[in-house]
Structures are given as C-alpha cells and as structure tokens.
Design a protein around this ligand. Structure first.
Ligand SMILES: Cc1cc2nc3c(=O)[nH]c(=O)nc-3n(C[C@H](O)[C@H](O)[C@H](O)COP(=O)(O)O)c2cc1C
Length: 272
C-alpha cells in the first residue's frame, strides 16, 4: 500500500493537506478508496455477506430505530432486471453480490400495529430522511468492511431511476424504498482504477462559520480532475465544474428522479 503522504497526494493533488496527520492502517484504507466497476466472476468466501451485514448493523442508527434493511441479490436473472432498471449498468450483472439498501419504515409500522399503537410520525418527511440516513451509514460501514477484505464496491444510485419497478422486482412492501444498490466483488485488476481526487479541504471544511468556495480552490480542483481524466484515458468534455453543472441543469438531467416524490407517495411514504 502506498504511504500516507502518497495517498493524500492522490486524494488532493497539489492542494494536499497542510498538517502533520496521525497515521494508521485503517485511515490508509479509507484514503485508498476507489469505486470498482469491473469484477471477476469469483464467488465470495462463505460468511462474507454476514460479515458485511454485521459491520453495517454496527453503524450508529437514529434512536436505535434501525429503520433500514438490505436485500442481497445473487440470482443472475434478478441482477439482470435490476441492471436494466438502473441504466443498464454492466457491473450490476458482473458483480457476484448486489446489495440493495432500503429505507424501511414498514418494520416499525408493523411493530406499532401489532401492539395496537399509533404510528402517525412515520408519515412525515423526517422519518423518511432518518431511514435514508440510517441506510447510508449502514451501507458505508459495509463498504469499509468489504474493502478491508480486499473486495471492491460501487454504489448504484441509478436504482432510484425507476423506484416502483425496483420495488416490484424485490417484492418490497409499502413504506420500503430502495435508496441505492451496491456492487460487491473482486476487482478485475486488468481494468485500472485510481484514487479519484477530491475538492481541497478548504472548500468543504468551514471553521466556525460557512464560507463559499473560492474560485482559486475550484480551479485547482478542475486541474486535478483534468489530470485524473487524462491518466485514466477518460474522454470527458469540459472540466469538473462544467459537467457537474450539466448533471443538475434541468429536471430531465436527473434521470427520471424528478418524479421521486410521486414515486415515494406511490410506495407508501406520505412525506408530510
Ligand atoms: C449514493 C451514490 C450513488 C452512486 N451511484 C452510482 C451509479 O449509479 N453508478 C456508478 O457507476 N457509480 C455510482 N456512484 C459512485 C460515484 O460515482 C463515485 O463514488 C464518485 O465518482 C467518486 O469516485 P470514487 O468512489 O472512486 O472515489 C455512486 C456513489 C454514491 C455515493
């Protein structure tokens, strides 16, 4: 594994962090993260799924309500269907394990009903947000655990392009929503992946009060991303600022997710 200074250089390019940082293997592993989009067909060792879920369940969870669940999909035909619903992304079919992370208010709703208790609070946007946050924290713990086992992962937000269809493929009850998927498997090392640079810390770290990003910092980042695209032989038109702006330009730019509120209502979330 590259040393800490090298990892920080990959992560920040020339804007690297200006401080002496304590080093350990755990943080090195976090700094080494990269999404993997090419997988070997190898099966995962027995117990991997359960280890990832134990790591996920060890994440903090709001009020210990544990308002999330995960569906483990290994069946090729189900992965194929989900891949088609998520912009036909090949890595969903290729990875041996596809985890779908759910905001799950159905369990709590059912528990309250089983005791004849009201559960009106579940109808509010707050509870949907809580469940989505819980699902994300759990999933990220699973990602970190997977990477520590030498596995690669990539999140699949495109699963939100067609929420009702995804719910049908997975047999989700009302008040359960697939927040994102996660491919898990052994990386095909023939396909090179690199650490993707992030914005300078001065852009995201605000001390005491918020300060808008400086143009110089963004320019430094655009240069770092340009170098990244070139090193990865990616033909990306324009710079990071331009294509990030394109990603949010219009309702149509968000891949069908402009109707997310309607989809959530259909799936039993009132979002009051
Ligand atoms: C919630 C979420 C959804 C994502 N959805 C997708 C996706 O649908 N397809 C994909 O290839 N990558 C997806 N990604 C991966 C991001 O593109 C990736 O994390 C980002 O470009 C930074 O690259 P890195 O993870 O290699 O550092 C997603 C990431 C997150 C956190």
């Amino acid at each position: 594994m590259p040393n800490f200074t090298e990892l920080l250089h990959h992560r920040y390019g020339t804007s690297s962090v200006n401080a002496e940082l304590p080093e350990n293997d755990f943080i090195s592993s976090l700094l080494s993260h990269r999404s993997i989009r090419a997988y070997l067909p190898h099966a995962l060792p027995l117990g991997t799924l359960e280890t990832l879920v134990a790591a996920a369940q060890s994440a903090s969870t709001s009020s210990n309500l544990q308002t999330w669940s995960v569906v483990a999909v290994e069946d090729p035909s189900r992965k194929e269907k989900l891949s088609q619903l998520a912009n036909n992304q090949a890595h969903i079919r290729q990875s041996p394990l596809f985890l779908v992370w759910l905001a799950d208010l159905a369990r709590l709703s059912h528990l309250a009903e089983s005791r004849g208790l009201p559960h009106e609070g579940l109808d509010y946007l707050e509870m949907f947000l809580m469940a989505a946050i819980d699902a994300a924290l759990a999933a990220q713990n699973a990602v970190v655990a997977a990477e520590s086992l030498g596995l690669g992962t990539v999140y699949i937000g495109a699963l939100r392009n067609k929420p009702e269809e995804v719910a049908e493929v997975l047999g989700l009850p009302k008040q359960v929503f697939a927040v994102f998927g996660l491919c898990v498997g052994y990386s095909d090392r023939a396909v090179e992946t690199a650490i993707k640079p992030r914005l300078p810390q001065t852009t995201v770290l605000h001390r005491e009060t918020y300060k808008p990003a400086s143009e110089e910092d963004i320019a430094v980042y655009n240069q770092a991303m340009q170098a990244f695209y070139e090193s990865q032989k990616m033909n990306i038109p324009g710079d990071w600022t331009e294509h990030s702006a394109k990603r949010v330009a219009f309702a149509q730019s968000i891949s069908g997710r402009d109707r997310l509120r309607e989809a959530l209502n259909n799936l039993g979330f009132e979002l009051r």
